[in-house]
Ligand binder design. Structure first.
Ligand code: OXC
Length: 308
């Protein structure tokens, strides 16, 4: 079964890869992704300075998903720039995820990381977990300003990781911004920001930062992720490739993302829970789903969701 895919002209041997943040901070974690069945290596979102991130506990998994407030722990962009040549030796695409603590950080990081020649760059406009810093993706003007600045220094395909939107007016507004900024691919969605999980036994929150508020991931966010993939697929009529992220636990979840218009899927919560062996399992499950449905490759079902 052919589970390969192409995004912005870059071929991926498999459509499954890690979501930025999941097991991709350290060199060892990134090398493990390289050795795994993952179709790409996605780095943790990087900032100018190395960061330890927020105080622990800052990740908690429960039956329907997870909540996190990691706070962008990462090695700093210079360390990732130095690692990229080694990661590229695995022969699969390397996606560098660029973040920042203020607007000026993004072009600074993007220029240096671009020079290290990752196969693609993903600009993260949607980390919900930096105390006092709102998600840029919820501010259309700031997003446009920032994307136009980074576009000038990025020569590899440039993608944007967006937060979930919950109203068609917001899909339309961000779609217009994306259309004006030379975006080559979208990654939908980051975690559903600022959820709250309560432990009734301890009568307490489950993570420490921000009074327990954090980004939700896993099964519970799948309908939100699918809705955002579908909305942007329709806005661009399939012209901008989409990586679907959110709620992929089994092969059939990936299939649903493909039907909505995704060209690939990223794995967060279940990668953290199962480790890199998850990629082999998901490939087997998606291949079985394709066989059952009579599909031979991704393009045969991508975007083909039927409406009633
Ligand atoms: N999304 C991010 O973009 N970053 C991380 N968590 C998340 O849900 C983080 O580092 O907090």
């Amino acid at each position: 079964m052919d589970l390969s895919t192409t995004i912005a002209g870059v071929r991926f041997p498999s459509c499954f890869m890690n979501a930025s943040g999941a097991l991709c901070v350290t060199r060892d974690e990134l090398l493990a992704l390289g050795r795994s069945h993952a179709g790409a290596i996605v780095t943790k979102s990087m900032t100018v300075e190395p960061r330890d991130g927020n105080p622990t506990p800052r990740y908690y998994a429960f039956p329907g998903g997870s909540i996190n407030s990691m706070g962008l722990p990462n090695l700093g962009y210079q360390a990732y720039a130095a690692l990229i040549p080694e990661l590229k030796e695995f022969g699969k695409p390397v996606i560098a995820s660029v973040a920042g603590l203020c607007e000026d950080d993004f072009p600074t990081i993007a220029a240096i990381i671009n020079a290290a020649k990752p196969d693609l760059i993903e600009v993260n406009l949607s980390c919900p977990n930096i105390p006092g810093k709102p998600q840029i993706g919820y501010d259309a003007e700031a997003s446009e300003r920032l994307l136009k600045r980074v576009r000038k220094v990025i020569t590899v395909p440039m993608g944007v990781k967006l937060p979930p939107y919950f109203d068609p007016a917001h899909h339309t507004a961000m779609g217009e911004v994306i259309g004006r900024c030379g975006v080559d691919f979208l990654n939908l969605i980051n975690s559903v920001g600022n959820g709250l999980v309560v432990d009734p036994e301890r009568e307490a929150v489950v993570i420490k930062p921000k009074g327990g508020f954090g980004g939700l991931g896993g099964t519970i966010i799948k309908p939100v992720a699918l809705a955002n993939v579908r909305a942007f697929w329709k806005i661009f009529e399939g012209r901008i490739p989409i990586i679907g992220t959110g709620g992929v636990v089994h092969g059939v979840d990936a299939f649903e993302h493909l039907l909505c218009g995704a060209s690939a899927v990223q794995i967060g919560t279940v990668l953290v829970e199962e480790g890199v062996s998850v990629f082999g399992r998901l490939e087997t499950e998606l291949a079985a789903q394709f066989s059952k449905k009579g599909y031979a490759k991704l393009e045969d079902c991508r975007g083909k969701l039927q409406e009633l």
